[in-house]
Ligand binder design. Structure first.
Ligand code: PGA
Length: 261
């Protein structure tokens, strides 16, 4: 597929799957998606205790691996936290920052996300910054303002030399998880357009990939991937069985390729 950008598809395993389960999942996913290497960039973000086994399971970066969070400091008196040096030892590629559950269950602020983004970039990781408005913010008509603020603060101070390692995931808080309501494709298109505008303003020389996440499933994945400025899908529940994830990837890949041709 010359000149085509690979389809970006990933999943965050949240606080699911033990190390043994993660290993089984990854080895199945690796086998099931073997023929998709050149057309896709796949990534999986397991829990911390599963990272070592995950790294030993995946061969030749067939699937990129990430951490769900990271403390910005290299070491210190921060009980319960994990540092960039600890993550570097696993040879992982991505650090997910500011997932809705980090922001809303653990009350992380944009300023904290920003420290993590800068540290992740300085330590050679891809910083995957998640952004999304709550149902209340949506109802108040301020979704674009919220997204703009999360991106402008979250990515503040990122040097242009490292901006090629920034990925963004738009995940409306109200669309995530078992109680989430899948977002209409038109709504996703509007938000991605506005996110693209902000990112172009911040990093004119970079085409930062923007993924969509929040109740992505086989029923809505096709209409989401064809939207302009949607560069991939970030999936939770619908990707946690290797077979189902592989089917989902195959379902959207032709549409992604058609969109670019
Ligand atoms: P979900 O999770 O697909 O299960 O809604 C998405 C996410 O939290 O990234």
């Amino acid at each position: 597929m010359n000149g085509m950008k690979p389809l970006l598809m990933g999943t965050n395993l949240k606080m699911y799957k033990t190390a043994a389960e993660t290993q089984a999942y990854l080895s199945a996913l690796q086998t099931l998606t073997q023929d998709l290497r050149t057309d896709t960039t796949l990534f999986v973000i397991p829990s911390y205790p599963a990272l070592e086994r995950a790294a030993n399971t995946v061969k030749d970066k067939a699937i990129l691996l990430g951490a769900q969070n990271m403390h910005p400091e290299e070491q210190g008196q921060f009980t319960g936290e994990v540092s960039p040096l600890m993550l570097q030892e696993f040879g992982i590629d991505i650090v997910e920052i500011g997932h809705s559950e980090r922001r809303h269950v653990f009350h992380e602020t944009d300023e904290q996300e920003n420290k993590k983004v800068l540290s992740a970039l300085d330590h050679g990781f891809i910083a995957l910054l998640c952004a999304g408005e709550t149902a209340e913010q949506k109802a108040a008509g301020i979704a674009d303002e919220v997204l703009s603020m999360q991106l402008k603060i979250g990515l503040s101070g990122a040097r242009s030399e490292t901006a090629n390692r920034i990925w963004v995931a738009y995940e409306p808080v109200w669309a995530i998880g078992v109680n989430g309501v899948p977002a209409p494709a038109d709504y996703v298109r509007e938000r991605h357009t506005s996110i693209r505008r902000v990112l172009t303003q911040l990093f004119p020389a970079q085409e930062i990939p923007v993924l969509y996440g929040g109740s992505v499933n086989p029923q809505n994945a096709e209409e989401l991937i064809v939207q302009p400025n949607v560069d991939g899908l970030f999936t939770g529940r619908a990707a946690w069985e290797a077979e189902k994830f592989s089917v989902l990837i195959r379902q959207v890949l032709p549409l992604w390729q058609r969109k670019q041709s």
